[in-house]
Design a binder for this molecule. Sequence first.
Ligand code: EPU
Length: 446
Amino acid sequence: MDLFVVRGSTPLSGEITVAGAKNVALKAFVTALLTDSEVTLGNIPHIGDVVAMGEVIKSLGATVDITSHTARIHTPKKLVSRVPLELGARLRASSLVVGPLLARVGNAMIPNPGGCRIGARPIDRHIQGLIRMGAHIRYHSEDGYFHAQAPDGLHGVTFEFPKNTHTGTETLILAAVLAEGTTVLKNAAEEVEIDDLIGLLSAMGAHIRRSGAREITIDGVPSLHGARYSIAPDRNEEVTFAIAAAITNGSVVVHASQPKALDAFMTPVLAAGGGIQMIDAHTTRYFRKRALVAGDIMTAPYPGFMTDWQAPWAVLMTQARGVSTVHETVFESRFSYVQELQKMGAKIAFYDPAVTNPEAFYNFNWGDRVNGHHQGIRITGPTTLHNAILDITDLRAGATLLLAALVAEGESFVHGVAHVDRGYEHIEDRLRALGAHIKRIKEGDI
Ligand code: EPU
């Protein structure tokens, strides 16, 4: 077990290149299971979740060869159809293999998915869609597995998601590309990561298009072929670096930037006093333009302010004058970092935003909410944060606590580094290159 030791209060300056998107790389690995020809993926990030997904598809029979940032994946004609429990529990995206397994083997056993504990995170919407496509699926509580079967294959349908779901949309796309007939997904998610998945599938011979607002049409094909595809950069990483520059009053030039995918982030950052200079289409400089002022945000599916950005945004708001609010509407339990920021002196209080019809309003199922959880926080700033011993509980919370430690006075000790390693490539080396005082040590070496 590693921990980070961070000495804060240094402005971060320099240049950094965003790594490949975790939430594309994981799905791209699963996509390779749809063909027995080789799929070569470029810009693959070196992160824990990619290693874990590599293990998942290897357990099904694939060979995965990663050299530098390129992964070559080859899947045999005969696949194993059961994901080992311990692997499935390591990452939520493991449940995506159900589509390729049903298409190629006719059955699948997938464990109740794991991943960051930021809510109940059920997959009921995925299952509903798969059942409509002809799958028989039962959850067996005695073994903790979903048992899925489609001996005669899946067929195309028109399916409307009851609420937005990012991986649910991807699950049904992956199930539909080899299904008989045409599938129309309505109320489908619009995240840019899904467009990248569509790009990869199209390169493999799939017939798939965004056919309207929140609508995707997939014409099933009998088989897919191999392809070479380079995945897009990770916009969540870019947000982390942008906020690192603004909170430390530094200046960070980000390469492989995707300003078009970050509109919903840039607007409130500019209003709060952040500086953004577009150098060219793929290079953006982030800095602090003036004294930061409070701003309110509410998370929402694309094209809204992403739920993944609210934790780093909250750190920014600890440095802003006034009272700001964060209203989390996508997950019911994504404020685990608040307690840790409070340890550092942040003035943050929970509140319950007024919502007239919570079941219709929130992206999660209202019934999954745990009593005592709140959907809103109020941050009063600016506060001089001080050092603390911090515990990371999920990926984005982890990046957030690193940001807080970078701005805090004194030396902080950040435990639970494995959560950050799941989604950020060599984060400490890259932050150090920007001037951060951060080192990784082994627990017990303090
Ligand atoms: N939900 C259900 N039932 C379902 C599906 C979703 O109740 O069948 C609920 C979820 O529990 C959640 C909400 O609906 O409260 C939205 O879930 P969604 O399916 O959209 O999210 P996800 O697919 O689980 C992905 C990313 C998350 C990112 C969200 C929002 C991956 C592997 N994960 O999660 O990324 O926050 O979409 O865009 O793609 C991360 O990278 O750290 C991360 C958590």
